[in-house]
Write a protein that binds this ligand. Sequence first.
Ligand code: C5P
Length: 227
Amino acid sequence: GAKGDLAGRRVVISAGGTREAIDPVRFIGNRSSGLQGYALARTALARGAEVTLVAANVGLPDPAGARVVRVESAVQLRDAVLAAAGEADVVVMAAAVADFRPVSRATTKIKKTSDDPDPIYLTKNPDILAELGEVRRERRQDGKPYAEVLVGFAAETDDVLANGRAKLARKGCDLLVVNQVGENLAFGRPDNAATVLIADGDPVEIPRGPKEDLAGIVWDLVAARLV
Ligand code: C5P
C-alpha cells in the first residue's frame, strides 16, 4: 500500500486482552500481548491515519502519534471504543475480549478461610463488534454514515472458513481476520498467519510473517474499501 493512503482517515484500533476483576487483586484474563494491535496502529500511523488505540493491559510503549486510551475490562473497552467509533472511518477490533465476567467483584481480597471455596458466577459481556455492526446497520437505514469499514479478528481451531463466514455475518463486519490456532498460538509471537474473510469477496491468504506485514495487508484491504 502507498504511504499516505490513509491520510486524514480516523481509525480506532482495540488491542490487548481484557481483565475481568474477581476481587481487588485477582482477575480472569487471557494471553493476548497486544502485539498485533500495536503493529496495526504503527502501520496506520505510517500511512497517514489519525489513530485512537484502545489498549487493554498492554505492556508495550505507546506508538508515537497515537491517542492511547488505556482500559482494563470488556465494559471499559466497549465504552472507549463506542465513544471513539462515532467519529471514525474504520474500527479494527484486534483485542481479545472476555466473553464472560464475574457477576460481582468482591470489595476485599477473598480469603482462603474454608476448604470449600465459593464458586465464581459469570455473566455475559457485551459483544462489542456485534454492537458496532448493529449500530452501523441502523444508522445506514437512516442514511447516516458510521464506521465505513469494520474489521474483526477471530481465532478458530476447526472448520476455519465455515466458522469464520458465520461469524462475519453474525457480527456484521466487512473483514474478518481469522487465525488458525492450535499448537502454533499467535499470542506473544512476533509473527502471524491468517485468512482474511471478506463480506463480498474471496478470502485472502496471508502467509506466516511479521505482524507488521499482516497489518499492511489488512490496511491495503481497508483502503480499497474507503471511498
Ligand atoms: O466471537 P469471537 O470472540 O471469536 O469474535 C472475535 C472478534 O469479536 C474480535 O474482533 C473481538 O475483538 C470481537 N469481540 C468483541 N466483543 C466480545 C468478544 C469479541 O468485540 N465480547
